[in-house]
Design a protein around this ligand. Sequence first.
Ligand SMILES: CC(C)(COP(=O)(O)OP(=O)(O)OC[C@H]1O[C@@H](n2cnc3c(N)ncnc32)[C@H](O)[C@@H]1OP(=O)(O)O)[C@@H](O)C(=O)NCCC(=O)NCCS
Length: 168
Amino acid sequence: MNIRPETPSDTSAIALVNKLAFGREEEAQLVEQIRNSQYYISELTLVAEINNSVVAHIMFSYINLVGQETFQVLGLAPLAVHPDFQKQGIGSALINVGLNKANELGETLIVVLGHPEFYSRFGFKASIDFGIKSPFPVPEDVFMVKPLANYHPRYKGSVIYPPSFHNI
Ligand SMILES: CC(C)(COP(=O)(O)OP(=O)(O)OC[C@H]1O[C@@H](n2cnc3c(N)ncnc32)[C@H](O)[C@@H]1OP(=O)(O)O)[C@@H](O)C(=O)NCCC(=O)NCCS
């Protein structure tokens, strides 16, 4: 397996992986919208390929954390592994590579909405423990954050997602 940043020639394979993994179109559309926005981070949008075929994709993009101050932090979404390649460690590998890269880039905090049993393996914890609020009416344990090396406790407030996320 090879993990690398996405390139323009991966676009249709990435859309297919997202459609198959989620069983619907919305996440593939979200990927397109983020990619064409100011919130896109090319170094943090990765594919996993096997035999030169894209089998998984992960995207970290900018979102705002708004409290007494406003901070630009990272949102992890979406993460998709082709159904034929799930439960083989590929999703975990993409997360680990992305977290390391985000740390290298000096980022501070990553926000995710997802399965607590899965994301807690990578050090994600309920956001409310850090004074960070979800904009969605979801159970507290599914809205999680992972503080990176440059995190500081003044990173508090409500998470504001860009408009592309409003259709999800
Ligand atoms: C969730 C997903 C990204 C995991 O990727 P993966 O490559 O299959 O995961 P890994 O092989 O690295 O890790 C597998 C572990 O994740 C756990 N896992 C997978 N999906 C899970 C889920 N929906 N809820 C809880 N845990 C889950 C598995 O139970 C497995 O645990 P094990 O190691 O004890 O067997 C992948 O299954 C997927 O694309 N699912 C459909 C889309 C989706 O739900 N994306 C995530 C949005 S948060």
